[in-house]
Design a protein around this ligand. Structure first.
Ligand code: SF4
Ligand code: FE
Length: 481
C-alpha cells in the first residue's frame, strides 16, 4: 500500500515496541508523549503533502523498481531532475514545519547504498545490490520512515575504531553465522529514530584492514531486540508541557535526536549490505554525506524563509518595519537564504549518473552548500535577534500572561504597536526564540557533519593541480604534463 496518509503514518507507529527512555524514565506511549509528538507531527508532513495536489509533483515519484507511485522519500534518484525536485521538496516542507522533518536521512542512506552496493558487487562478486533493491521495494511498498544511522560515539578521536579502549565505541560485527550477523555498539544524534519504522546502519569513517569488523551496513527495525533509545534533551524542553512558551508547539525544534544502543542485535543476511568490506566504507560515507549536504540549502532555506517572515512580522509589531536599517537586515537575510538554496540546486543540477543507474550530486558543490550553512544560519539568526529586540530572551511565561492578578501587567507592558494584541507579539517572539536558539544553531553547525568534515572533502574535490596549471599558463611558466 504505497502512499500512507499522515494519520496512517502516526497510527502505524503505535504497534511498534520501541524501548525509549527520557528524563530517566521509560516512555510507554511514544506517540503521544509531549517531548516526542511535535517531531512526529513534523515527520507526518512528509506523508501529508504526498496527498496535497499543490505539492504532489515534488513529494511523489514513480518507482523504477515497481512502476508505482511512491513517496519521494523512498525513491532512488533517476535523473538530475529528481535531485532538483528533492531540494525543492525539502524547502517546501520546511516552510510548513519551520523545523527538521527527519525523513531525509534514511532517504540519503538508501540512495548512497544503492550505487555503492552495485559497485561492490561488480568488483567483488557479492550480491548486496539485489538485497538492497529488495529492501528498497519493501520500504516503498509500505511507505516506511527510515532513520539513517551513521555517527558512532567515536571515543578518543585520535584513535581508530579497533584501537579504542572500549571496542563498542564504533558499531561492529561480533558474530557471523549461517543466518546472519550480530552487531554491537551505539549510534549517536539519531534524528527521528524514535518515530521511524526502520534504521539503516552505516560506518562513520573510512576504514583499514584492522578495522574490518567495523565495516558494516545493514537495516534493522527500530524495535528489534537489543535496541534501546535514550532521547536527548533540548534547550528549554521542559516547556513542552505548555503551549505558547514552546514557540513552535506543533512541530518542535530540530529532529528529536536520541542515542541508540545496539546490544548484540541480530541482523539476517537479506538485510546486510556490507560485511567486512572495509575498502568501501570511505566511499559509502562520502556518498551519504554528499547527498545529505545537498539537502541543507533546501531544508534550512525553508526554515530561514520562516525566520525572515518572523523577523519582518516582529518588526511590524515593534513599529520598526520602516526603519532603513531593518529593511537592510531583512534584505541581507534573504540574500543569505537564497545563496544557500542556490548551492543545493547547483549541486543537484550538476549531478551525474552512477554505474548503478542512480544519480549522484556534485560532491564539491554539495559540501560547499553545507559549509555555507554552518556560517549563514548563524548570521541569519543574529540578524533576526537584532531586529526582534532583547525581550525574546527575557519574556515571562505563558502562565504569567494567563495569571488572574499579574496577567494584565504582562499584557500591558509587552505591548508593541497599539493595533496588535500583546499575545500575538509574545507568540512571534517565542517562535523566534525557538527557531534561532541553541539547539537549532548547533544542528546547523554539526548536522550532516562538522565544518572540518566538509573542508576535507572540499580540498580533495577541488583539483588544485588544475588551478595551478591555469595560473602557470598565464604567467608564461612551462607546465609539465
Ligand atoms: Fe532533513 Fe534537514 Fe532534518 Fe537533515 S536537518 S533530516 S536534511 S530536514
Ligand atoms: Fe540533519
Amino acid at each position: 500500500m504505497p502512499l500512507k496518509t499522515d494519520s496512517e503514518y502516526i497510527e502505524s507507529l503505535r504497534p511498534l515496541k520501541l524501548q525509549v527512555y527520557a528524563f530517566g524514565e521509560k516512555i510507554e506511549n511514544v506517540v503521544d508523549h509531549p517531548l516526542i509528538r511535535p517531531h512526529i507531527n513534523s515527520a507526518a508532513m512528509t506523508y501529508r503533502l504526498a496527498h496535497d495536489p499543490m505539492a504532489e509533483e515534488l513529494v511523489t515519484a514513480t518507482s523504477h523498481l515497481t512502476g508505482k507511485k511512491i513517496n519521494r522519500f523512498t525513491h532512488i534518484h533517476q535523473s538530475t531532475d529528481d535531485l532538483v525536485k528533492k531540494v525543492k521538496m525539502l524547502r517546501l516542507i520546511a516552510q510548513r514545519t519551520g523545523t527538521c522533518f527527519q525523513r531525509c536521512v534514511g532517504f540519503d542512506a538508501i540512495n548512497a547504498l544503492y550505487s555503492v552496493t552495485y559497485e561492490m558487487d561488480q568488483e567483488l562478486g557479492t550480491n548486496y545490490h539485489e538485497r538492497l533493491r529488495n529492501y528498497v521495494t519493501y520500504i516503498q511498498e509500505n511507505d516506511l520512515m527510515v532513520a539513517g544511522s551513521m555517527t558512532d560515539p567515536k571515543g578518543d578521536r585520535s584513535l581508530k575504531p579497533s584501537q579504542q579502549a572500549d571496542p563498542d565505541l564504533y558499531v561492529h560485527i561480533v558474530e557471523k553465522n549461517e543466518k546472519g550477523i550480530v552487531i554491537r555498539g551505539a549510534k549517536a544524534h539519531q534524528t527521528g529514530i524514535v518515530n521511524s519504522h526502520e534504521m539503516i546502519i552505516m560506518p562513520t569513517t573510512a576504514l583499514t584492514p584492522e578495522d574490518k569488523a567495523y565495516a558494516v551496513a545493514c537495516a534493522i527495525p527500530t524495535d528489534a531486540p537489543g535496541i534501546i533509545h535514550i532521547f536527548g534533551r533540548q534547550t528549554n524542553d521542559e516547556r513542552k508541557y505548555g503551549e505558547i512558551d514552546q514557540g513552535n508547539a506543533m512541530y518542535g525544534i530540530v529532529g528529536g535526536e536520541a542515542l541508540t544502543i545496539l546490544e548484540n542485535v541480530f541482523v539476517p543476511w537479506d538485510r546486510v549490505f556490507m560485511c567486512e568490506e572495509y575498502q568501501y566504507a570511505g566511499l559509502l560515507v562520502e556518498r551519504f554525506a554528499s547527498y545529505h549536504r545537498q539537502n541543507y540549502g533546501g531544508c534550512k532555506g525553508g526554515v530561514s524563509d520562516v525566520i525572515i517572515g518572523a523577523a519582518a512580522t516582529i518588526a511590524d509589531y515593534n513599529g520598526t518595519a520602516k526603519a532603513s536599517h531593518i529593511r537592510d537586515k531583512i534584505t541581507e537575510m534573504i540574500h543569505l537564504t537564497e545563496t544557500l538554496y542556490c548551492c543545493s540546486i547547483a549541486c543537484s543540477a550538476e549531478g551525474h549518473r552512477t554505474a548503478s543507474g542512480a544519480y549522484f550530486v556534485d560532491p564539491l558543490l554539495a559540501n560547499i552548500d553545507k559549509q555555507n550553512v554552518t556560517r549563514f544560519i548563524y548570521e541569519i539568526c543574529r540578524l533576526c535577534h537584532d531586529i526582534a529586540g532583547g525581550f525574546i530572551a527575557t519574556l515571562p511565561s505563558e502562565k504569567d500572561l494567563r495569571h488572574p492578578e499579574i496577567g494584565k501587567y504582562v499584557d500591558k507592558y509587552f505591548k508593541g504597536v497599539a493595533s496588535v494584541p500583546t499575545e500575538d507579539r509574545i507568540r512571534m517572539a517565542r517562535l523566534i526564540e525557538n527557531m534561532t536558539g541553541g539547539t537549532a544553531l548547533v544542528e546547523s553547525m554539526h548536522g550532516a557533519g562538522s565544518p572540518q568534515a566538509q573542508r576535507v572533502m572540499i580540498v580533495r574535490q577541488a583539483n588544485l593541480e588544475f588551478k595551478k596549471n591555469l595560473a602557470k599558463a598565464l604567467a608564461g611558466i612551462k607546465v609539465c604534463q
